[in-house]
Design a protein around this ligand. Structure first.
Ligand code: ADP
Length: 265
């Protein structure tokens, strides 16, 4: 469980995250959504302490994240960012192995984990392992970025606009793959996006940020049915396909509850 308690971040006189409190349940997907500059990335990066808060506490399974050593945070929290953030001069296999190498895993364990993840992500280890990131397509690079973030079997995965650069078809596939992996490993995912459709599709809960403030934190169906403010309504309304949003929300709900509607899908 991740407990964010009264978290604030200020740069000089500017407050970019303003007294945010929320609880993220284990093995769920929480999507942080909002317009550009609303503080989403800053909030995400305070969870794994890439950014230090000005005030407030973040607890991971009851422990203040400041009390955890850096290696423990790297092991338990994976981080995948927009544009994939791959090391250009390392091969695909070396990129995926980054955190296990830092943690001192033995060679055989690293090799088998890299092969397992590459296979999971439909990248033939022999063919793609020795390649460099620039020799892959955008979709393949994105998969390597997520595989790298998952390498040390983190309990928590932080993702910052991971699908931003993908075309719509590959994007949908990448979202589905991620949800499948999340279910399989029971990973807690916190995903940042500016795209409400993605938020509704992916999120068990959605956190809407506006100018550093958390303005609504609820299930997708609740946000669509009862937006807490004009801003949230605009965000929902600005989506290209509000009706599809609604139906996606219902489908997801039905599948999870195992209702007749879900079984029929
Ligand atoms: P989002 O992810 O929602 O686009 P960010 O968290 O990246 O928003 O940024 C929120 C605000 O904080 C922006 O106005 C940004 O310019 C500012 N900001 C982010 N990082 C820094 C920094 N290191 N120094 C000063 N201002 C920053």
């Amino acid at each position: 469980m991740i407990e964010i308690e009264g978290i604030t971040k200020r740069y000089d006189a500017t407050t970019v995250v303003d007294d945010v409190s929320m609880v993220i349940e284990p093995r769920t997907v929480c999507v942080i959504v909002g317009t550009s500059g609303s503080g989403k990335t800053t909030l995400l990066r305070m969870i794994n302490r890439l950014v230090e808060p000005t005030a407030g506490v973040i607890k991971l399974d009851g422990n203040d994240n400041r009390s955890l050593p850096g290696y423990e945070l790297r092991r338990s929290i994976g981080y995948a960012i927009q544009g994939h953030g791959l090391f250009p001069h390392r091969t695909v296999a070396q990129n995926i192995a980054t955190v296990p190498v830092l943690l001192g895993w033995d060679k055989d364990r690293i090799k088998s984990r890299v092969e397992e993840l590459m296979t999971l992500y439909q990248l033939d280890p022999e063919a793609y392992g020795p390649r460099y990131p620039h020799e892959l397509s955008g979709g393949q690079q994105q998969r390597v970025g997520v595989a790298r973030a998952l390498a040390a079997e983190p309990n928590v995965l932080l993702m910052d606009e991971p699908f931003g650069a993908l075309d719509p078809i590959i994007r949908t596939k990448a979202q589905e793959d991620l949800l499948a992996i999340q279910k399989r490993f029971g990973t807690t995912i916190i995903l940042v996006t500016h795209d409400m459709e993605e938020a509704v599709h992916m999120g068990d809960k959605i956190a809407v940020m506006d100018s550093g403030k958390l303005v609504q934190y609820a299930k997708p169906e609740e946000i669509l049915a009862r937006p807490a403010s004009a801003f949230v309504e605009t965000l929902v309304g600005a989506s290209e396909k509000p009706f599809r949003l609604l139906s996606l929300g219902r489908v997801r709900d039905a599948v999870e509850k195992g209702t007749a509607e879900g079984e029929a899908i």
